[in-house]
Design a protein. Structure first.
Length: 83
């Protein structure tokens, strides 16, 4: 009876260890810093708007040196660009 209990505890411990150590941890995605600046709505446009620009690394390298980034821009409220 004692051997069976010790065996079950050993199996439970090994299972817990395997689940905790082998299963990859889901990393939380870090928030990329945002830059707010006045810009034109497009090429040749006369209207200026407040734009949010975010640079997100893609974890891919070009030529082994430079890291690729994804540039995301969107028009936001004027209050973000005011000092």
């Amino acid at each position: 009876m004692l051997q069976r209990l010790v065996f079950m505890v050993l199996i439970a411990t090994m299972t817990l260890f395997t689940v905790l150590m082998v299963t990859p941890v889901r990393a939380s995605q870090s928030t990329a810093p945002a830059v707010y600046a006045w810009s034109y709505t497009g090429v040749g446009a006369a209207q200026r708007v407040c734009k949010q620009t975010v640079l997100i690394p893609t974890s891919r390298f070009v030529d082994g040196e430079r890291e690729q980034v994804k540039v995301m821009t969107k028009i936001v409220r004027d209050r973000y660009c005011q000092k």
